[in-house]
Design a protein around this ligand. Structure first.
Ligand code: NI
Length: 156
């Protein structure tokens, strides 16, 4: 495993749409392991492959319940609303208020390319939306309602 370099806002790779993973390979297993290690090292709760410069639909999340790996995730249902602070490892040192669904259902593949479905609320729902947005080149800073403010610890 290795720590990968996190791309920062302004890097063109973060604005691009990622391609689906067609087939699990050793390379993608290594990518997943590296993404988890990179996320934990930065105390993030989520990381998407474009943040380490790879334009593939791969996401890792850990909101404190253990690692969640999602390949080709798709938001299939959302309900309700939550407004709260959001941050991103690609935009260090700041956060901003974003409104997201309070409940989501996500279909994805796991690392064995088996279908999984995740039901999520609150922080996990927010993290799923934030990370899936990354795969479509959308940064949370484009969704912030009241501007960015400085924070001491980074998230997502
Ligand atoms: Ni992010």
């Amino acid at each position: 495993m290795a720590i990968r370099k996190i791309r920062l806002e302004g890097d063109a790779v973060l604005g691009k749409k990622c391609r689906p993973v067609e087939k699990m390979t050793d390379k993608i297993h290594v990518l997943v392991d590296d993404m988890l290690e990179t996320m934990y090292e930065s105390n993030g709760v989520g990381l998407a492959a474009p943040q380490v410069g790879i334009l593939k639909r791969v996401v890792v999340i850990d909101v404190g319940d253990g690692p969640l790996v999602m390949i080709n995730p798709q938001l299939i249902e959302s309900q309700g609303e939550q407004t709260g602070d959001e941050g991103c490892l690609s935009v260090p040192g700041v956060a901003g208020q974003v409104t997201r669904p309070n409940y989501v259902r996500v279909q994805a593949l796991d690392e064995e390319m088996q279908e999984i479905e995740i039901e999520a609320t609150e922080l996990l729902a927010r993290a799923c939306c934030h990370e899936i947005d990354h795969l479509d080149g959308i940064m949370y800073t484009a969704l912030v309602e009241d501007g960015l403010h400085p924070v001491s610890n980074e998230e997502e």
